[in-house]
Design a protein around this ligand. Sequence first.
Ligand SMILES: N[C@@H](CCC(=O)N[C@@H](CS)C(=O)NCC(=O)O)C(=O)O
Length: 218
Amino acid sequence: MDRYRLLIGNRNHSSWSLRGWLAMRLSGLPFEAEVVPLFRDDTAGKMVAFSDAPARVPVLRRNGPAGDLVVWDSLAILEHAAERSPDAGLWPADPDRRAEARSVVAEMHSGFTALRTHMPMAIRERIDGRRDRPGVADDVARVFALWRRCLARSGGPFLFGEWSAADIFFAPVTTRLRTYGVPVPDDLAAYTEAVLAHPHVREWEAEAVREPWTVEIE
Ligand SMILES: N[C@@H](CCC(=O)N[C@@H](CS)C(=O)NCC(=O)O)C(=O)O
């Protein structure tokens, strides 16, 4: 079987890379991750050397008998992984639940700008004092409402029962809540703990802790 190469940014900081990597990891498709350190003079050059995709991460590449392929954008990577591994459970099996899971993922993919701007992912850091930045409280409230809605229907432990695309897309948010000390309501604490304890998230975090690069959070 052809192997894939997945270009990712710093594991401590690159939330979109985490999503693409978690999707590939759940798919079971064989792949190797290659890290390009972000925010350096040579970052864009390394991304451009990897493929003809825009200079962003993640980017997935496959070369071999099955044909050459470049997939960029975390959601496109997740969809490719789901198509190639239909039994991996990236999307719920039930069409109605799958439509809701797609809505949840789409909302994350195109929204939550304040949360992303003011609380950049920094897995191994603990930073205080950003909870009153503009728009953050509204974004956090929406995240909690969304999680509550999904968990009420599924019964947990994850948004659609089993670990799936929806949890993958919100995994960086759970690390942000921890990094910036955002209180998690009691009824959602088990969910955030389950996400942070998921073996794939732990595997990523262990690598993030070992990374040599440091990036100043302004
Ligand atoms: N919508 C894209 C966003 C990708 C993105 O913005 N990635 C960031 C890192 S998390 C990046 O490559 N930044 C490098 C830069 O802007 O130079 C996706 O889902 O993959």
